[in-house]
Design a protein around this ligand. Structure first.
Ligand SMILES: *Cc1c(COP(=O)(O)O)cnc(C)c1O
Length: 387
């Protein structure tokens, strides 16, 4: 079976892991710090906090931004469930903004309409989480401008987009957001097994997020609580738990893999872009809507998603590709249609563009080690099935 996505690891990652296993530190050692520095440089952001997953990163940044019960958080329905679940972990209420059918990312027009309406109801969200779906970058300049008008915070869910650029700046530079979040799950652009990260240019926000990722504990003297009487403040063993956090740390073993993977990022992105271009060229005659990149971006394509004009045949087409050894997939079932979200009151028809996209969507294999003969096989089977 040719999978839809997979990791690309080499002898460098093996050697790096072996080096950590022979060292004094398995977790929270020098490799995590080195990885955070390398990732911040890659993104052009001033701070990076490595986390145990992308989900942990989303949860910790929501908490660090002060998202709490009574707040609203908005994201788009076409994403992995973690983009929405993070708000609910903080006790906040979740709502969605429909996608733009061309870019398949959060529609700034829909956002503007929804925010005007929310103002009337006194329900302006605290935070919006635009998702760079498939790697295609949201219209961040416009989204940020609209968000600022209403005093709404912005966190980019950039789990699909590491290595891309937007208006000539790397994804993660946070020019148009308060922070951005990455995942290093094996299907993502680089992997650490499980893992994630937050990047931001706001030092205070980074420190708060780091604290939430380590039980709410700080050892930084400057952050100690001077309002309380304490005889041992200043003692060498002293630390303070100042808020309720979690253990969301990345390990040195994982960070060592990440350091090696980051060195290969540009090559991975080039390969993904080449494969993308071949698909777009060789599938153009077929009854498919093909993905299109925003003009002001150099996209690091995470997923190659086509929309079938014969959407009613999707299940049959999907099965025929599977039977031919092609690991197609569907990204994503709209989050609001999941049973756990229906129980919150969402129902079919709430976000028509997302639902229409979902009915036709199918993800084809895309990963750096996909060979051109494998890709040509996928293309020829698709031609046959759609003929
Ligand atoms: C993968 C992913 C996540 C979650 O990341 P994990 O590392 O799997 O927890 C969140 N959002 C999006 C868009 C993702 O693709």
């Amino acid at each position: 079976m040719i999978p839809y996505g997979r990791q690309t690891l080499g002898s460098e990652e093996h050697a790096a892991v072996a080096g950590v296993l022979d060292s004094d530190w398995l977790t929270q050692g020098p490799k995590v710090t080195e990885f955070e520095g390398a990732l911040a440089r890659q993104c052009g952001a001033s701070h990076c906090v490595a986390t145990s997953s992308g989900t942990a990163a989303l949860h910790a940044i929501c908490a660090a931004l002060g998202v709490t019960s009574g707040d609203w958080v908005w994201t788009s329905p076409i994403s992995f469930v973690a983009s929405a679940n993070c708000a609910r972990y903080c006790g906040a209420k979740i709502d969605f903004v429909d996608i733009d059918s061309e870019s398949r990312t959060l529609s700034p027009q829909a956002l503007a309409v929804r925010l005007a309406d929310a103002r009337k109801k006194g329900q302006i969200p605290k935070l919006i989480i635009p998702v760079h779906f498939a790697g295609n970058v949201c219209d961040m300049a416009l989204i940020y401008e609209i968000a600022q008008e209403y005093g709404v915070k912005v966190v980019e869910d950039a789990c699909h987009a590491l290595g891309g650029t937007y208006q000539e700046k790397p994804i993660g530079s946070c020019c148009y957001s308060d922070a951005a979040v990455f995942s290093f799950h094996p299907v993502k652009t680089i992997t650490t097994g499980e893992g994630g990260a937050i990047v931001t240019n706001d030092q205070n926000l980074a420190e708060r997020a780091r604290q939430f990722c380590a039980h709410g504990i700080t050892r930084a003297g400057a952050r100690f609580d001077r309002s309380l009487q304490s005889d041992d403040r200043g003692a060498p063993w002293y630390y303070e738990q100042q808020l309720l956090g979690w253990n969301y740390r990345l390990t040195d073993i994982q960070a060592a893999i990440g350091i090696e993977q980051l060195k290969k990022l540009d090559g991975f992105v080039d390969k993904r872009r080449e494969l993308f271009a071949v698909y777009n060229e060789k599938l153009t005659e077929l009854p498919l809507k093909l993905p299109r990149a925003r003009a002001d971006c150099r996209i690091s394509w995470h997923l190659y998603v086509v929309e079938l004009q014969q959407a009613a045949r999707r299940r049959e087409i999907f099965n025929r590709l599977k039977e031919s050894g092609i690991g197609v997939n569907v990204h994503y079932i709209p989050i609001h249609l999941q049973p756990d979200y229906r129980a919150l009151g969402f129902s079919p028809g709430d976000f028509p563009a997302s639902e229409a996209y979902y009915l036709a969507a199918m993800t084809l294999p895309l990963f750096p080690s996909l060979t051109s003969s494998e890709q040509n096989y996928v293309i020829s089977v698709l031609h046959e099935v759609l003929a």
